[in-house]
Ligand binder design. Sequence first.
Ligand code: PLP
Length: 366
Amino acid sequence: MLNKGRSEADLFSFLETKKEEDLDYRFILSSMCTLPHPVAVRAHSMFIETNLGDPGLFPGTASLEQLLIERLGSLFHLSTAGGYSTSGGTESNIQALRLAKEHKKKIKSPNIVVPESAHFSFKKACDILCLEMRTVPLDKTLKMDAHKAAEIIDKNTVCLVGIAGTTEYGAVDPIPELAKIASEQDLFFHVDAAFGGMVIPFLDRPLPFDFALPGVTSIAVDPHKMGLSVIPSGCLLVRDPQMLSLLNIDTPYLSVKQEYTLSGTRPGAPAVSALAVLDYLGNEGMRAVVSGCMKNTWRLIDGMETFGVERAITPVLNVATFICNKAPDRWKVSWTRRDHLRIICMPHVHREQIEEFLVDIGGMYV
Ligand code: PLP
């Protein structure tokens, strides 16, 4: 702690220097986050002081959070879905598993069944909740094998998890088959659509992954990924709003008597930012964003293949992966656990960057 405060000019010049150490989004091809939309930034600063952890003090903000849930519920074919604004996919996944565990409270040694491709947040969740995590192998297209999932489920399984847009490959698991298995076995089925939830509904041919499938119990979706909101902005949606009360704990000194959320103090600003982007862009605007990202993904794949660098899988979302082991230094790319080059064509990755990247990569491969 400084003994005497520093001047604002000095302070901000120090902060500026530190900010300059961060990478410029222009060169970031590895992230599922992106530059927030200007309306998200404006809404964020407008609601900066709001706390959804004490909603009686901020009823306007709380109603905007519920409007966000309503918008997402409608997008996912169930306008009556319940839910709340989380800090992102990790929290949504933890909370979904808490719900699943509570739902089958009598099971003494609970396990969950997830694909091998599940995000590492499930490991954290299992650790915290003392759940056994059973992983299901993937098929050749890197999707969960539904038959193997059915074999692995047993009487102690409290949750089946499917991924709609895997972190590494953007693969979409066979959600309809999994939903059917879950329905038949009366199992809680959580769909992790943290990435895909803001992409799939806006594709020309959307894949089934949401509440339109009767077996889907809950969905995680992150507006701070393809929803162009500010970080941190996630949402957990549940088919039955009453189910959330399974997590209720007493909150004696707040404006509400009980809460089911994980965090106590919760920022209203990211929830409002997420809503602002959805309402500003609407369905048409979001379709345009997603269409641009998909076009760039395909341009990248075509360009790479002209240099003999083959795709690892044919993507359904804006995640391009390649069988190759080197990439130009000035670009921030990532590598999957199977050693494939991974590039996410997020909204901040424009056509010019793809062309520049291809020129650089051409210099390495030709
Ligand atoms: N689920 C999926 C499919 C993801 O891709 C991610 C992050 O990339 C997460 C969950 C975790 O989200 P967060 O980092 O917002 O907690």
